[in-house]
Design a protein around this ligand. Structure first.
Ligand code: GTP
Ligand code: MG
Length: 370
């Protein structure tokens, strides 16, 4: 059932919470400011205090967001989005850096400095590949918990001198739960004590069977340090992507996911967004989680301003009124009034959840004390 806290109800009516409590007391109900009451009671109270009530269900507010299907004719191939996962120190960051450096054309603007936590490279087989640099499994899990499926392919990095370790197994489980195919990158093969064969057999225990052992999981021996076989890894990704037949409709309003967000001193809230459907344009009104904004600028992975970003394209979005959270889904809406309606609603929900949580904690503390 729908409920609302006394505090929230008072806020929405711009009344003092004590007045609401007093009214309830007159009716014989003893409540605290953090207590929640059902929507019917709240409506009666509000009307008694001279307010008009408009009850809005979630389904109304969120309607139309994220649910328009595309027809087959509208779908166009899009680049795969790849996340690199693996055990601590197995070389995830080194591999991401090596791929980016190897792909930078000399003299290219921006050089090798990374501007955002995601970038695109060109595969030796043609086509683009988008890499996102997730700070770790925790972020991946958090995004998944919010229903954001950002990754098409996981590259599982396993150091050949160390073998399968706890976070290797975790990554396998994450990928499996998200139904995302793995490509195994056996890293650090430049090391004298590298034992790539051992990695292959160890993986069998976790039901990852690489091609050279008769399975269907693509594998590549690489060295991030010596820059060995990076092209082969990109080829494997492109081949896997072809199997997945990844498509999206670029000709619709954009949807995407916030990969990271921060408050920048000079530029205000900055969100790195992976566009997943449609095309995001400068000037669009966007909502992400409980925040909204008008897109003031879009900046690509090389630090260049762009006017639009299509499917699988990572961009920095400037223009949010406040900083959204990593994992928030982004949608374009028709106007600012609609954006406000949605984000007001979500902010209320956030507050109510927080209030309910602290009420539960207080309740259990009281129980513990008595
Ligand atoms: P965390 O982010 O801490 O989980 O580590 P990571 O997986 O990102 O590993 P990182 O790239 O930081 O590399 C860890 C160490 O391994 C560093 O000292 C790298 O220089 C080294 N390293 C990474 N790749 C290779 C490689 O191919 N060969 C050798 N010899 N060393 C490597
Ligand atoms: Mg790292």
């Amino acid at each position: 059932p729908e409920t609302i806290s006394i505090q929230e109800l008072a806020n929405r009516m711009a009344e003092r919470a004590v007045d609401v409590i007093r009214l309830l007391m007159k009716q014989g109900q003893m409540v605290k400011i953090t207590d929640v009451i059902d929507a019917d009671t709240a409506q009666l109270l509000a009307e008694e205090l001279g307010h008009t009530v408009r009850r809005v269900a979630e389904s109304d507010v969120e309607e139309g967001l994220f649910d328009t299907a595309d027809t087959d004719e509208e779908l166009v191939s899009r680049p795969p989005v790849v996340t690199i996962m693996g055990h601590v120190d197995h070389g995830k960051t080194s591999l991401l850096d090596a791929i980016r450096k190897a792909n930078v054309v000399s003299g290219e603007a921006g050089g090798i400095t990374q501007h955002i936590g995601a970038y695109q490279v060109t595969s030796p087989l043609g086509g683009k590949i988008t890499f996102i640099d997730t700070p770790g499994h925790a972020a991946f899990t958090a995004m998944r918990a919010r229903g954001a499926k950002v990754t098409d392919i996981v590259v599982l990095v396993v150091a050949a001198d160390d073998g399968v370790m706890p976070q290797t197994i975790e990554a396998i489980n994450h990928a499996r739960a998200a139904k995302v195919p793995l490509i195994v990158a056996i890293n650090k093969v430049d090391k004298p004590d590298a034992k790539p064969e051992r990695v292959r057999t160890e993986l069998l225990q976790y039901e990852v069977q690489v091609e050279s052992l008769g399975g269907d999981t693509l594998e590549v021996e690489v060295s991030a340090k010596a820059q060995t076989n990076l092209d082969k890894l990109l080829e494997a990704i492109t081949l896997q992507a072809e199997v997945l037949d990844l498509k999206a409709n670029p000709n619709r309003v954009a949807e995407g996911t916030v990969i990271e967000a921060k408050l920048d001193r000079g530029r205000g809230p900055v969100a790195t967004v992976l566009v997943q459907r449609g095309t995001l344009h400068v000037g669009d009104i966007v909502v992400a989680g409980a925040e909204f904004g008008r897109v003031r600028a879009l900046i690509d992975d090389k630090g260049a301003n762009v006017t639009a970003a299509g499917p699988s394209f990572p961009v920095e979005v400037l223009g949010f009124n406040s900083t959204p959270e990593a994992g928030d889904r982004l949608a374009v809406v028709e106007n600012e009034a609609r954006a406000r309606e949605i984000t007001d609603y979500r902010q209320r929900q956030k507050r109510e959840k927080a209030a309910a949580r602290s009420a539960t904690i207080r309740g259990s503390l009281e129980q513990m004390m008595s």
